[in-house]
Ligand binder design. Structure first.
Ligand SMILES: *Cc1c(COP(=O)(O)O)cnc(C)c1O
Length: 361
């Protein structure tokens, strides 16, 4: 069977060149006579993979030297607890902006450990916008300020960061990491599950400013302590070896084939532009997010008719455009157009949507 165009929100499409390289190296990685899946994580050959992955991530994202890069497990969801356990121990307070389900989960989990304050929410309009923030309302002595940068389910993104002064800004970038340049120095902590835009599932990347490490509460489980992982080079226990290897291949693709994050951004803007332009001009389909807060990565849309939505998802899948059903909490459709989705995939999807619109009106 031919490969489909996969618009899944995650796990999601990977660059074809990366899949082919992983396949070619499956039986014998670099003359080692083994697959990366089989080798000791303490071996010399694997050490080069994990160190190479970190070096490439640092180079491509421009991560300053006073930040640690950690390759952890437990998903982005584990960070919802790791963050308060490690950071919420000065004033015991933290601020949250509720822009969707993931932001809310980060808030809910933190409120088990200290005073979690909701600064703003866009729940009133089904999270279809990013609330305007007034720094005067922020908690002055908060231990951190948390945002979910790109809201995977609802398709919104921050185009402007909140000015939190000396309070460390913490951002969940699971669904926008590596999609465009980001000024890491603006943040105390950045974290991302790998399975949206980086690699297969199984790894969470944490980029943390060094002065925020080493303050974990006494009750913090060893595996949830950033210090333990920083001191052990993400090798306190067995790391997600194969996922780290594929992440390295993806980073090599980003650097050598795409040419870095500025180029990636231009390609992502082109793809999103094609889809949003169509949605803005269609009589049948419309986007659900206010134009100024639209995500480059996740594009939710509806027809306004549940039966027509279902028919669209079904016919699209039959035509090779899969995983277009919206998140179960919002319905409708969602096209996730991560880095590895080619421009051609979006062009063909739009052509299919046009044909569907003509056939059903
Ligand atoms: C998918 C996602 C998560 C959850 O990630 P897991 O790795 O499944 O825990 C958290 N935040 C955002 C923004 C996501 O897109």
């Amino acid at each position: 069977m031919a490969r489909v165009y996969n618009f899944s929100a995650g796990p999601s499409v990977l660059p074809e060149a990366v899949l082919q390289r992983a396949a070619a190296e499956m039986m014998d990685y670099n003359g080692s006579g083994q697959s990366v899946m089989e080798m000791s994580h303490r071996s010399k050959v694997y050490e080069e993979i994990i160190n190479g992955c970190e070096a490439l991530l640092r180079e491509i994202m421009g991560i300053p030297d006073n930040y640690k890069v950690l390759f952890l497990q437990g998903g982005a969801s584990s960070q919802f607890a790791m963050l308060p356990l490690n950071l919420m121990n000065g004033s015991g307070k933290a601020d949250f902006v509720i822009t969707g389900q993931w932001a809310n989960k980060a808030y809910q989990e933190a409120s088990r450990y200290g005073e979690a304050n909701v600064i703003a929410s866009s729940k009133d309009k089904t999270f279809s916008y990013i609330p305007k923030l007034d720094p005067a309302t922020f908690t002055k002595d908060a231990d951190y300020f948390h945002i979910c940068m790109n809201n995977t389910i609802y398709g919104t993104v921050y185009h402007e960061l909140p000015d939190t002064g000396d309070v460390p800004l913490v951002a969940d970038i699971s669904s926008c990491i590596l999609s465009e340049p980001i000024d890491v120095s603006r943040f105390g902590v950045l974290y991302a599950g790998a399975q949206k835009n980086m690699a297969p599932a199984g790894m969470t990347v944490v980029i943390i400013r060094e002065d925020l490490i080493g303050k974990a509460r006494d009750i913090t489980p060893t595996m949830f302590n950033y210090q333990i992982h920083a001191d052990n080079g993400s090798m306190y226990n067995t790391p997600p070896c194969y996922t780290i290897y594929v992440a390295k291949l993806v980073l090599e693709w980003l650097k050598n084939e795409i040419g870095g994050l500025e180029n990636m951004k231009a390609i992502n803007e082109k793809k999103a532009g094609i889809l949003y332009d169509f949605l803005d001009n269609s009589k049948m389909f419309r986007g659900t997010v206010v134009p100024e807060d639209r995500s480059l990565m996740n594009v939710p849309f509806v027809t306004g008719n549940d039966e027509l939505d279902a028919a669209f998802v079904k016919e699209a899948a039959a035509a090779g455009f899969v995983n277009l059903k919206g998140h179960r909490s919002v319905g409708g459709m969602r096209a996730s157009i991560y880095n590895a989705m080619p421009v051609e995939g979006v062009e063909k999807l739009v052509a299919f949507m046009k044909a569907f619109e003509e056939a059903h009106s």
